[in-house]
Design a protein around this ligand. Structure first.
Ligand code: FEO
Length: 175
Protein backbone atom coordinates (compact mmCIF):
# COMPACT_ATOMS: atom_id res chain seq x y z
CA UNK A 1 0.00 0.00 0.00
CA UNK A 2 1.40 3.36 -1.03
CA UNK A 3 0.98 6.49 1.05
CA UNK A 4 -0.78 9.39 -0.72
CA UNK A 5 2.49 11.35 -0.80
CA UNK A 6 4.47 8.50 -2.34
CA UNK A 7 1.76 7.75 -4.90
CA UNK A 8 1.67 11.41 -5.91
CA UNK A 9 5.47 11.57 -6.22
CA UNK A 10 5.60 8.37 -8.29
CA UNK A 11 2.88 9.68 -10.60
CA UNK A 12 4.82 12.92 -11.05
CA UNK A 13 7.83 10.77 -11.97
CA UNK A 14 5.72 8.83 -14.51
CA UNK A 15 4.91 12.17 -16.17
CA UNK A 16 8.56 13.22 -16.10
CA UNK A 17 9.84 10.00 -17.69
CA UNK A 18 7.04 10.11 -20.27
CA UNK A 19 7.97 13.65 -21.21
CA UNK A 20 11.68 12.73 -21.40
CA UNK A 21 10.73 9.97 -23.85
CA UNK A 22 8.83 12.36 -26.13
CA UNK A 23 11.49 15.05 -25.78
CA UNK A 24 14.26 12.65 -26.85
CA UNK A 25 12.06 11.42 -29.69
CA UNK A 26 11.74 14.99 -30.91
CA UNK A 27 15.51 15.46 -30.62
CA UNK A 28 16.12 12.19 -32.51
CA UNK A 29 13.80 13.29 -35.26
CA UNK A 30 15.60 16.65 -35.58
CA UNK A 31 18.99 14.88 -35.80
CA UNK A 32 17.55 12.60 -38.50
CA UNK A 33 16.40 15.65 -40.48
CA UNK A 34 19.84 17.25 -40.08
CA UNK A 35 21.63 14.13 -41.37
CA UNK A 36 23.17 13.18 -38.03
CA UNK A 37 22.37 9.50 -38.10
CA UNK A 38 24.55 8.48 -35.17
CA UNK A 39 23.00 11.10 -32.87
CA UNK A 40 19.53 10.17 -34.13
CA UNK A 41 20.13 6.48 -33.36
CA UNK A 42 21.38 7.39 -29.88
CA UNK A 43 18.35 9.56 -29.11
CA UNK A 44 15.80 7.10 -30.52
CA UNK A 45 17.32 4.55 -28.16
CA UNK A 46 17.21 7.00 -25.22
CA UNK A 47 13.58 7.74 -26.02
CA UNK A 48 12.80 4.00 -25.80
CA UNK A 49 14.72 3.80 -22.52
CA UNK A 50 12.71 6.64 -21.00
CA UNK A 51 9.51 4.90 -22.00
CA UNK A 52 10.78 1.80 -20.19
CA UNK A 53 11.54 3.93 -17.12
CA UNK A 54 7.98 5.23 -17.25
CA UNK A 55 6.55 1.72 -17.68
CA UNK A 56 8.46 0.33 -14.69
CA UNK A 57 6.81 3.02 -12.56
CA UNK A 58 3.34 2.40 -14.05
CA UNK A 59 3.58 -1.30 -13.19
CA UNK A 60 5.01 -0.63 -9.74
CA UNK A 61 2.28 1.83 -8.75
CA UNK A 62 -0.50 -0.47 -9.98
CA UNK A 63 1.02 -3.56 -8.35
CA UNK A 64 1.27 -1.65 -5.06
CA UNK A 65 -2.49 -1.07 -5.19
CA UNK A 66 -2.12 2.55 -6.29
CA UNK A 67 -3.43 4.21 -9.44
CA UNK A 68 -0.88 4.99 -12.13
CA UNK A 69 -1.84 8.17 -13.96
CA UNK A 70 -0.99 8.30 -17.67
CA UNK A 71 0.11 11.84 -18.50
CA UNK A 72 -0.98 14.05 -21.39
CA UNK A 73 1.67 14.64 -24.03
CA UNK A 74 3.23 18.08 -23.80
CA UNK A 75 4.72 19.21 -27.11
CA UNK A 76 8.52 19.11 -26.92
CA UNK A 77 10.95 21.57 -28.51
CA UNK A 78 11.22 20.78 -32.24
CA UNK A 79 14.46 22.41 -33.38
CA UNK A 80 17.89 23.14 -31.92
CA UNK A 81 20.53 25.78 -32.55
CA UNK A 82 23.31 23.18 -32.61
CA UNK A 83 24.13 19.63 -31.61
CA UNK A 84 25.92 21.05 -28.56
CA UNK A 85 22.78 22.94 -27.54
CA UNK A 86 20.81 19.74 -27.96
CA UNK A 87 23.11 17.65 -25.75
CA UNK A 88 23.22 20.47 -23.18
CA UNK A 89 19.43 20.18 -23.06
CA UNK A 90 19.71 16.38 -22.62
CA UNK A 91 22.13 16.90 -19.74
CA UNK A 92 19.87 19.46 -18.05
CA UNK A 93 16.92 17.11 -18.44
CA UNK A 94 18.85 14.24 -16.84
CA UNK A 95 19.94 16.46 -13.95
CA UNK A 96 16.31 17.41 -13.37
CA UNK A 97 15.31 13.74 -13.34
CA UNK A 98 18.12 12.90 -10.90
CA UNK A 99 16.95 15.66 -8.54
CA UNK A 100 13.38 14.32 -8.70
CA UNK A 101 14.56 10.75 -8.02
CA UNK A 102 16.56 11.98 -5.03
CA UNK A 103 13.44 13.74 -3.70
CA UNK A 104 11.47 10.48 -3.95
CA UNK A 105 14.23 8.59 -2.16
CA UNK A 106 14.20 11.21 0.64
CA UNK A 107 10.40 10.93 0.85
CA UNK A 108 10.67 7.13 1.15
CA UNK A 109 12.68 7.62 4.34
CA UNK A 110 10.21 10.05 5.91
CA UNK A 111 7.26 7.86 4.89
CA UNK A 112 9.12 4.71 6.07
CA UNK A 113 8.36 3.06 2.71
CA UNK A 114 11.14 0.49 2.36
CA UNK A 115 9.62 -1.28 -0.63
CA UNK A 116 9.57 1.91 -2.72
CA UNK A 117 13.00 2.84 -1.42
CA UNK A 118 14.25 -0.51 -2.67
CA UNK A 119 12.49 -0.08 -6.01
CA UNK A 120 14.01 3.39 -6.49
CA UNK A 121 17.59 2.13 -6.12
CA UNK A 122 17.52 1.00 -9.76
CA UNK A 123 16.70 4.58 -10.81
CA UNK A 124 19.48 6.02 -8.67
CA UNK A 125 22.04 3.85 -10.48
CA UNK A 126 20.46 4.45 -13.89
CA UNK A 127 20.68 8.23 -13.40
CA UNK A 128 24.33 8.02 -12.42
CA UNK A 129 25.06 6.11 -15.64
CA UNK A 130 22.97 8.37 -17.87
CA UNK A 131 24.47 11.59 -16.53
CA UNK A 132 28.00 10.21 -16.97
CA UNK A 133 27.23 9.13 -20.54
CA UNK A 134 25.84 12.52 -21.57
CA UNK A 135 28.71 14.33 -19.86
CA UNK A 136 31.06 12.15 -21.92
CA UNK A 137 29.31 13.22 -25.14
CA UNK A 138 29.51 16.90 -24.17
CA UNK A 139 33.23 16.52 -23.40
CA UNK A 140 33.80 15.03 -26.86
CA UNK A 141 31.85 17.83 -28.52
CA UNK A 142 34.01 20.35 -26.67
CA UNK A 143 37.18 18.61 -27.88
CA UNK A 144 36.04 18.28 -31.48
CA UNK A 145 34.33 21.67 -31.62
CA UNK A 146 30.71 22.49 -32.27
CA UNK A 147 31.09 24.09 -35.71
CA UNK A 148 29.37 22.77 -38.85
CA UNK A 149 32.54 21.01 -40.10
CA UNK A 150 32.82 19.11 -36.83
CA UNK A 151 29.35 17.58 -37.04
CA UNK A 152 30.54 14.58 -39.05
CA UNK A 153 33.08 13.70 -36.33
CA UNK A 154 30.66 14.35 -33.46
CA UNK A 155 28.18 12.05 -35.15
CA UNK A 156 30.81 9.32 -35.57
CA UNK A 157 31.76 9.62 -31.87
CA UNK A 158 28.14 9.29 -30.75
CA UNK A 159 27.74 6.30 -33.08
CA UNK A 160 30.67 4.64 -31.30
CA UNK A 161 28.61 4.89 -28.09
CA UNK A 162 25.66 3.30 -29.94
CA UNK A 163 27.87 0.36 -30.85
CA UNK A 164 29.12 0.01 -27.27
CA UNK A 165 25.55 0.09 -25.94
CA UNK A 166 24.40 -2.49 -28.50
CA UNK A 167 27.34 -4.75 -27.61
CA UNK A 168 26.61 -4.42 -23.88
CA UNK A 169 22.96 -5.25 -24.52
CA UNK A 170 23.87 -8.31 -26.61
CA UNK A 171 26.13 -9.51 -23.80
CA UNK A 172 23.34 -9.25 -21.19
CA UNK A 173 21.85 -12.59 -20.14
CA UNK A 174 18.28 -13.19 -21.42
CA UNK A 175 15.71 -11.91 -18.89
FE1 FEO B 1 14.63 8.17 -17.00
FE2 FEO B 1 16.97 9.54 -18.18
O1 FEO B 1 15.69 9.60 -16.94
Amino acid sequence: MLSTKIEKALNAQIAMEGYASMNYLSMASWCDQEGMEGCARFLYRQSEEEREHMMRLVHYVNEADGKALIPAIKKPQMTYKSVQALFNAVYKSEQKVTAAINEIVALCYTEKDHATLNFMQWYVEEQREEEAMVRGILDRIKLIGGGPQSLYYVDKEVDKINKQLAAAEAAEPEA
